[in-house]
Write a protein that binds this ligand. Structure first.
Ligand SMILES: [Zn+2]
Length: 381
């Protein structure tokens, strides 16, 4: 019996999903793992090869018989657009299907929820796509990273302390972005950017201008009852302590954002250079910072019992100091034999924008098999 088009597409989608996480597989592997017959597997993989969505790449070691060719996703066949709304600018990236950044740019636009801003953004995005000759027909979707609480159901930015706004509809962005759009909180985006088939459960600590966090559970972002899961920047660290931008006293944010490290006019790079050079003041400041971070991290570990990943602007420079943090954490965690659950993020740059693009690719991957998309990819590639 010939499978209907919908059934065929469903099998092809399952094959694409499988190869998205598995790098390379033989046709036999695919048939076994998806419980498909060999003729069905052959027919579908041949079609996917013909569309250009898969590619053949080398052969398995011969076991005496015919060599089995391996198949892989052609990761450059389609693209994602990532948009990161930062405090003083907008970062743009184009990634391939696996989230590798191919092109990046920056728009010097300070976000305001005003018509003029959206117009300037639309013109800037257009200029970026033109300047880099991005083939729009290959873009599956766009992801927006925003420093605020995003309600994924009503598609609204519920609140952003940093920009001092509430209830902004994503429709305003949608009107000036010519691709299917998905939006997420910035820490959720950079958490997603770290997802690999090997590491699918972890708590991400985003040490940025505003401190945040996100919880990845078996490859899915956990958002909580009201989209606020992982807002660790506002967990109480020092009762009666420094005033946080949220209005509360003693939140983790003012102790763990880069602001706690740098002096006026200094960059984070300057600060770490001083620490490396053994500057007394900088070293003392860093030691205090690590002490607070150790308290936060061990509390989080107690709650989640998962790996803890250090990310954000401070995380990007953190690798030489990981052991120092682990040693401090050992003082507060008497439950773990080793403090081997603290890691440093892999991405050092563009993590918000790349993560947003990856979220869009995840959400819109099935578009690869829409007839219109297939036709465009076929004629242009
Ligand atoms: Zn706060």
């Amino acid at each position: 019996m010939v499978a209907g088009n919908a059934g065929k597409r469903q099998n092809q989608y399952r094959i694409l999903q499988l190869l998205h996480t598995a790098e390379t597989l033989t046709r036999q592997d695919i048939a076994t793992q998806l419980n498909l017959s060999m003729p069905t597997t052959l027919q579908n993989t041949n079609e996917l090869l013909e569309y250009g969505l898969l590619k053949e790449c080398g052969a398995m070691e011969s076991t005496g018989g015919r060599r089995a060719r391996k198949l892989a996703l052609d990761e450059n066949i389609a693209l994602g657009l990532g948009i990161d709304i930062e405090l003083k600018h907008v970062e743009l990236v184009i990634t391939n299907l696996r989230g590798k950044v191919m092109v990046q740019g920056e728009l010097p636009l300070q976000f305001r929820d005003e018509t003029a801003w959206y117009q300037a953004f639309q013109a800037g995005l257009e200029g970026f796509l033109q300047e880099h000759e991005v083939e729009r027909h290959r873009i599956l979707g766009a992801g927006l990273s925003f420093p605020g609480i995003i309600d994924g159901e009503s598609e609204t930015i519920l609140r952003s302390h940093i920009f001092g706004l509430e209830h902004v509809s994503l429709d305003r962005f949608r009107a000036c972005i010519p691709f299917p759009l998905v939006a997420a909180n910035d820490a959720n985006c950079s958490c997603f950017a770290e997802l690999t088939p090997e590491q699918k459960t972890y708590l991400f600590v985003s040490l940025n201008e505003s401190v945040g966090g996100a919880l990845m559970l078996d490859g899915t972002l956990f958002t909580g009852d009201s989209w606020q899961a992982g807002e660790i920047g506002h967990m109480l660290l020092v009762p009666g302590g420094k005033t946080c931008y949220c209005g509360k006293q003693g939140c983790a944010d003012p102790y763990l954002s880069p602001k706690a490290l740098v002096q006026e006019g200094q960059t984070l790079e300057d600060f770490f250079r001083l620490v490396e050079d053994g500057d007394t003041e900088a070293c003392a400041c860093w030691d205090t910072y690590l002490e607070y971070l150790a308290i936060l991290v061990t509390n989080l570990r107690m709650m989640c019992n998962t790996d803890i990943m250090i990310g954000g602007a401070v995380g990007a420079q953190f690798r030489p100091y990981l052991e120092q943090l682990r040693e401090k954490a050992a003082k507060y965690d008497l439950f773990s034999r080793n403090i081997d659950y603290i890691y440093v993020c892999k991405r050092r740059t563009h993590s918000f924008a790349a993560g947003a693009a990856m979220l869009a690719l995840e959400q819109y991957r099935s578009r690869l098999l829409e007839e219109e998309m297939l036709m465009k990819l076929r004629t242009k590639s």
